[in-house]
Design a protein around this ligand. Sequence first.
Ligand code: OAD
Length: 240
Amino acid sequence: MLQNIVILTGAGVSAESGLKTFRADDGLWEEHRIEDVCTPEAFARDPALVHQFYDARRARAAEVEPNAAHEALARLEAEWEGDFLLVTQNVDSLHERAGSKQLIHMHGQLDSGWCLTCGERSAWEGPMGTKATCPSCGDSGSVRPDIVWFGEMPYAMEEIEAALMKADLFVSIGTSGAVYPAAGFVQTARYVGARTVEINLEPSLGSVFFNESRIGPAGIEVPKWVDGLLQSAQSSPISS
Ligand code: OAD
């Protein structure tokens, strides 16, 4: 019986809430060059542009609601008796708004600001801009979006690796598999013998590494998959 689940989500899980993915034809990177908005070098070169990009993302994220996929994952966590970890690459807060608790934002969060003067992270609502004052130390102009940019280390990697090493089931949802280290989690999971499932609108770049591919919109496929998993867990409960 499957006990320990690790789930990885990407932009596709929030698409049906109305947030753009990155690599679609009309996606976020089509409007901006990655190196202009998503690197420490871009921030050093043109902080106003980078703040403008993330201020717009934060404003848009505040306008949308969790969808059926976020809700199904929160339900799975609440009802699952084994270990459960949800790792998201998304910087929106739709998973927690749907009720997820065992959640890691490996690429940071839009609703957090990171002060480069005192190092503190603070909850953030509304625009940040270049002159934001840190609520912790009071310094102005040194708060950056708490987002992991290209060339920076994703958050909580040790915790994620530890969960993957004891995973029985790894599920990747709504991610293209283009960005490492997240794109490599499936290989770690396979290495330790976990069953691997992807749920995506199209086969991801690492599709060959999955035992099962469920192709379709997350808002339909995720609730269906969660229902099936919970039903099979009921018919053969986890024994201690
Ligand atoms: P991508 O835009 O690369 O991939 C989104 C995936 O979701 C694609 O494979 C789509 O086919 C799929 N998709 C779209 N709509 C869907 C739906 N309704 N249901 C299911 N799947 C759907 O986004 P990510 O893989 O999340 O990092 O991108 C990974 C990282 O690249 C992001 O976290 C971001 C970016 O650079 C940072 O900003 C650090």
